[in-house]
Design a protein around this ligand. Sequence first.
Ligand SMILES: *[C@@H]1O[C@H](CO)[C@@H](O)[C@H](O)[C@H]1NC(C)=O
Ligand SMILES: *[C@@H]1O[C@H](CO)[C@@H](O)[C@H](O)[C@H]1NC(C)=O
Ligand SMILES: *[C@@H]1O[C@H](CO)[C@@H](O)[C@H](O)[C@H]1NC(C)=O
Ligand SMILES: *[C@@H]1O[C@H](CO)[C@@H](O)[C@H](O)[C@H]1NC(C)=O
Ligand SMILES: *[C@@H]1O[C@H](CO)[C@@H](O)[C@H](O)[C@H]1NC(C)=O
Length: 372
Amino acid sequence: MANHDICSKTLWILSVPLAVLLVLFIALTAYATYSFHIFVPIAPDNSIDCEYMFNTTSEVYLDYLENRTLLEPTRNDRNCFQIRRRRYLPADMPKSMAGNHNMFFIRVVSKDYDFVEEVLTMMHSPIHFFCFALDVSADELFKQRMFRLGDCMVNILVPRQLFNTSTAHGMLNAHRRCLMEIDEFEWKHAIITAEHDIPLHSTKFLSRRSRRLRDQVEMNGVFFKEEVLDNANPNDTSTQLFQVSRNWIQHLCSVATISHSQHEKLYDYLLATPDFNLPNDEHRETSVVEENCDTHKYDVDGSCLYAMEDFPSIRNTTRLFIRADPHYDFGFVQCVHEVVFERTYFDPISNQNANNYLYGSRKNLINDYRQN
Ligand SMILES: *[C@@H]1O[C@H](CO)[C@@H](O)[C@H](O)[C@H]1NC(C)=O
Ligand SMILES: *[C@@H]1O[C@H](CO)[C@@H](O)[C@H](O)[C@H]1NC(C)=O
Ligand SMILES: *[C@@H]1O[C@H](CO)[C@@H](O)[C@H](O)[C@H]1NC(C)=O
Ligand SMILES: *[C@@H]1O[C@H](CO)[C@@H](O)[C@H](O)[C@H]1NC(C)=O
Ligand SMILES: *[C@@H]1O[C@H](CO)[C@@H](O)[C@H](O)[C@H]1NC(C)=O
């Protein structure tokens, strides 16, 4: 019976790892089931009560204008977990919320890691792609943090190559690098924005809107059909395409929506037009500034920098993105984040009719949500 003894001993020894494996398996299955069915967005972390910012006669609002919240850099992270703990960047999402028209968001960045992360969180959705090309002026810490962000998230790309975006061609080459990065993936439209652009709508809204463009390109709100790009002559400076695209580049490439089928043609065209210097901190654009700018603060390209004064009317504007300066009024960016968060996760209408966002009567939504 010696054989039998050895056999049961072996079984006994084996049963321990087997039991551990079984428990692990059950735990994993339970966890997966749990996370698929319970989808709990985390409201943006914000020390300002944005509700008061709708009332321009309230004391809280007037005090805020005297002492605005400015960007406070967080400490460098050691690992991906710290980013995930700080930001809500889900790896999975119900289809009804994510949509299924894959978008690719591209911008050149050079500083203010926390602002980049805040805006990314406003727009993030696991089925879309995000690419951040870095300017040569980026400092060591910024590069390190951006590269880590790219390494931590599969749908966030941060090319290791740096670009001198002080000229039009430098900027266009940076975008092109991003466009080529995942060319084999099934993204449908790319949205190019400037470093300080913040969205006013949910990513799902942007994705639905882009789908209607089909094979067109939209720059500065002007649409170009495929045939226009086919026949475009970069030496002809009298065409609408030339003038609109030049204006778009001068405004730091904010904002364009480009279909996957046209991006090569468009960038071939743009890179064949003359190169020129872009506005930057050293030489700002001062002759052509945006009109009706309440704050009288302008970005280097003359675009208006929006701030808390504009918050009460933010739900009424049809613009997709506006410019904001985190070193002038970061609290405004945080309050817009709340609006976009509501539009992304709570708007009961957006699933049926993405155009209808005027549900202003339910202002307290985000606070109700936080208390639960
Ligand atoms: C706005 O604030 C003022 C001053 O605190 C207050 O009297 C007024 O009722 C508020 N308006 C609204 C609509 O809450
Ligand atoms: C401005 O606000 C900050 C944070 O809310 C506060 O610590 C600081 O004392 C305020 N400064 C002034 C001059 O009110
Ligand atoms: C970027 O290019 C501009 C113009 O070509 C040049 O003056 C500048 O020195 C370059 N910057 C860097 C950091 O290489
Ligand atoms: C544009 O001009 C350049 C140089 O003058 C020339 O080499 C090129 O062939 C022209 N392109 C077209 C499309 O006419
Ligand atoms: C926004 O639009 C609504 C409805 O059209 C209007 O009642 C409200 O006064 C507008 N708010 C601002 C701040 O313009």
